[in-house]
Design a protein around this ligand. Structure first.
Ligand SMILES: *Cc1c(COP(=O)(O)O)cnc(C)c1O
Length: 719
């Protein structure tokens, strides 16, 4: 029995290719594939939250037979199958055309989380979504990437809010059979792909494959019968335990990841660690070379020359640092397995300003990667300033740490409706011209009336989604009726709607607007020019402070003085994110600068003509043009002073600029100036803030020299 036959029980002969389409995530960013899948059973499509595998498992076989003889369906089907073939096989990709002589070696892209699709809940937030978008753009561009991550077999937690507004974390069953995942096995049929040693035991490592266009993701797990029960738990939850659990996960990802790639025979010539969680893979590669007979220094130089490290963390507290004892636990005295003595091993992760036995994952990554970058211009500068300890006597600006500003995957995040407008304006095939920055000037020519009409449709769709989700949860979660007000059922499509959705981390300040309740009440309940706020996001399960902020917002959603104009949408994930970034009027982003390394949700919104109001931080310091949204002046001082200043500034901008511009209508009832802001937002985000541009930057600046193992002019840390 083939895998597809196992996953999808019945397909008519004429639709045999459906299995391939459903089992390769590229359907997600292929318009004909999406339209085709939806056409099979629109109700089931919506009910499964756009999960084609789950839909095909439960759809009535008679309906499939009907599709197989419907010429309109078959036209979509044939187009979807052809696009999948070309996504996988095309020989004229950007990469092949730009670097014709580079050879066949791949880049292994390691990350602790991947946000590929809401049906595969192995991500918690921005880092994972970025990694997913990176893989998707690599596929589009033909960059030979293979992703390596962990398959959390219980996923990330599902969010339920108690009547008191406290976030309760619950596990929904995680069912790989309705996900486009294949368990890999050895030629002998064993699911054990590699074995690693740690904490006194041998641990068997298995692997799954997830396909996204031409890019494969290899996801490791230890949930195998031969493992100790404790070790089987290790890959069940993303961010599921304390530091020790976390360290063991990173050990599996790093050491296990390299061994699994070798065992599967994947030919890899360069490695990319996306954030420090993945940095043990660098140690394993040094060890491999030493086992082959290299001396330590040459092995380090070789690994450096083929390794890229991206940091996403602006503050010291955000980095993983393990204690001497914790490292001892995972290595379990077997330093020699890595071709080193204890001192040499520990020296790789040493931070000169910390106690000598602390093991710093970012210091490790910087020592073992020649190509190191932050994720926005500001974050690059901040990273250079934070790491002078490794290059004492050097000016921060001279450290070999660069930046590549993040982006988002345009075909995933731009609404079909906006794309159709671009088809009409620029002709089909415009997607092939988007690398030309000039192309994006065409957005200015969009018809105002039509763009506003599309925006209003997307807004109606968001509000309808919110109502239907509330209706279902009222029944299934036995909601109290007051929950229905707070979940957004009173939202009005004609009211200026502000979206705020992201992880509830305290520095993101979801509660900044709530410092002066009377002023907020005046803003929201103005009779002529009302405003409504839509929040979504999860607090880290261990972060009670963030849960407190969430609770404060939750209480305000049901406070009659706000008239049902504050809503909280539960269980923020990729599916909810799509609706929100497409359907609100304004995207609000209030991190306490400079703590947001980049931020990406504002880019997703902008792509759909939703302008952003943000503090001057992360990508916005590069993205704000004066025409595509609003920025707050950079506040300085202690946290309390900064919060007070930003609070004053955000209300001033909302009251004096945003609200008037939104409600100022002409004779045709169109907000012409607002529409101009929308167009500027689309243009700027399309021009620069895409993973297509970002992955091209990585390929040119880092992957190309790393694939060649370029050692000339290397400037390694001095300590
Ligand atoms: C884009 C995205 C994020 C990241 O948003 P930021 O504004 O960068 O914090 C987090 N979660 C989901 C589900 C997303 O789609």
């Amino acid at each position: 029995m083939t895998f597809a036959e196992g996953k999808i029980p019945f397909l008519p002969e004429r639709l045999a290719g459906l299995a391939d389409v459903a089992l390769n995530l590229s359907w997600r960013w292929n318009r004909s594939a999406r339209a085709m899948l939806k056409a099979i059973d629109p109700a089931l499509w919506s009910l499964t939250r756009h999960n084609p595998v789950e839909m095909l498992r439960s759809v009535d076989p008679a309906r499939l037979v009907e599709c197989a003889s419907d010429p309109r369906f078959l036209a979509l089907y044939d187009e979807a199958v052809a696009s999948l073939d070309s996504a996988r096989e095309a020989q004229d990709t950007w990469y092949q055309q730009t670097f014709p002589d580079i050879g066949s070696g791949r880049i292994a892209y390691f990350c602790a989380e991947f946000g590929m699709h809401n049906s595969i809940p192995i991500y918690s937030g921005g880092l994972g979504v970025l990694a997913g978008d990176h893989c998707k753009s690599a596929s589009d561009l033909g960059v030979p990437l293979v992703g390596v991550g962990l398959l959390y077999t219980k996923g990330y937690f599902d969010q339920k809010i108690s009547l008191e507004g406290w976030q309760e974390d619950s596990d929904e069953p995680f069912d790989p059979s309705i996900m486009p995942l294949t368990r890999l096995s050895t030629p002998e049929g064993s699911p054990v792909i590699a074995t690693i040693h740690g904490w006194g035991r041998e641990i068997q490592v298995g692997a799954w494959r997830l396909r996204a266009g031409r890019v494969d993701l290899i996801l490791l797990d230890t949930d195998l019968p031969g493992n100790d029960d404790q070790d089987r738990e290790l890959t069940r939850k993303l961010y599921g335990g304390g530091q020790e659990y976390r360290l063991r996960q990173e050990w599996i990802l790093g050491i296990g990841g390299v061994r699994v790639l070798r065992s599967l025979g994947v030919e890899v010539s360069a490695f990319h660690a996306n954030e420090g969680h993945a940095a043990f893979m660098l140690v394993e590669r040094v060890a491999e070379l030493i086992r082959e007979g290299w001396n330590h220094d040459d092995a380090v130089a070789e690994v450096r020359s083929r390794s890229v490290f991206t940091t996403h963390t602006p503050v010291p507290a955000g980095h993983d640092v393990f204690s001497g004892r914790q490292i001892e636990d995972v290595v379990d005295g077997r330093w020699q397995d890595f071709g080193m003595d204890e001192e040499a091993f520990r020296a790789l992760g040493r931070h000169p300003d910390l106690e000598p036995d602390r093991f710093h994952m970012t210091a490790l990554a910087i020592r073992l990667c020649r190509w190191v970058n932050g994720v926005s211009r500001i974050h690059g500068e901040l990273t250079r300033t934070s790491w002078t300890a490794l290059w004492p006597d050097r000016e921060p600006s001279t450290l070999p740490i660069g930046h590549i500003t993040n982006g988002v995957h345009l075909p995933t995040w731009m609404s079909r409706r906006v794309m159709t407008m671009l088809d009409e304006l620029c002709g089909a095939g415009w997607e092939r011209r988007i690398d030309d920055p000039e192309f994006w000037n065409c957005v200015a020519e969009l018809d105002d009336d039509a763009l506003w009409g599309v925006h209003m449709k997307l807004k109606y769709e968001l509000l309808s989604f919110v109502r239907e989700q509330s209706r279902q949860r009222w029944r299934t979660h036995q909601w109290d009726a007051s929950h229905l007000v707070g979940s957004g059922t009173l939202l009005n499509p004609h009211t200026l709607t502000i979206g705020f959705a992201r992880r509830f981390a305290t520095y993101k300040r979801a509660n900044l607007l709530f410092r002066d309740i009377a002023r907020l009440e005046r803003l929201l309940t103005n009779e002529q020019y009302p405003v409504q706020l839509v929040f979504a996001g999860k607090a880290h399960p261990a972060d009670d402070q963030a849960k407190g902020i969430l609770q404060q917002i939750f209480h305000s959603t049901r406070d009659p003085k706000f008239e049902g104009r504050v809503a909280f949408i539960e269980d923020y994930d990729l599916h909810v994110a799509h609706r929100l970034v497409q359907g609100v009027d304004l995207w609000l982003n209030l991190p306490r600068a400079p703590l947001e390394a980049s931020g990406t949700s504002g880019m997703k919104a902008a792509m759909n003509g939703v302008p952003q109001l943000s503090t001057f931080d992360g990508w916005w310091a590069e993205g704000y043009t004066g025409a595509n949204g609003w920025t707050l002046p950079l506040a300085k001082g202690e946290d309390a002073e900064v919060d007070a200043a930003d609070h004053e500034a955000v209300f001033n901008v909302l009251e004096r600029e945003v609200v008037p511009r939104y409600y100022r209508r002409d004779d045709e009832d169109l907000p012409r100036e607002w529409i101009a802001t929308m167009k500027a937002a689309i243009r700027e985000s399309g021009r620069f803030f895409t993973t297509r541009r970002m992955v091209q930057d990585y390929a040119r600046d880092y992957y190309l020299p790393a694939l060649r193992g370029d050692k000339a002019g290397d400037d390694p840390p001095q300590r």
